[in-house]
Design a protein. Structure first.
Length: 95
């Protein structure tokens, strides 16, 4: 019998992150998740607060300035802020 997951082992997912496919993949892998609207970041587990960006969104958010606001927000909201870049960033330059 598996023990119940502790709060630190539950991955909190921002409720606006449902389109990425990441939530489905994590649940399929058996990762315990909880959904809530988060003021900063897309995922939280323990001290880690993660902002997820596709490579295309990373480029767009640099150009429009959102990335810097989001980075500041996760840095002031967590002991261990992280930026997760999903996809091939080298393909951005060729588009």
């Amino acid at each position: 019998m598996n023990p119940a997951p502790t709060t630190a082992s539950v991955l909190t997912v921002d409720s606006r992150e449902t389109r990425s496919g990441m939530l489905t993949m994590l649940r399929t892998m058996g990762v315990p998740t909880a959904m809530e609207e988060m003021p900063a970041g897309d995922y939280r587990i323990g001290p880690y607060l993660i902002e997820r960006k596709t490579s295309a969104d990373l480029a767009a958010s640099i150009l429009d300035g959102r990335l810097f606001e989001q980075a500041e927000s996760i840095c002031t909201s967590a002991d261990r802020p992280m930026l997760l870049i999903e996809g091939d960033i080298t393909r951005i330059a060729s588009q």
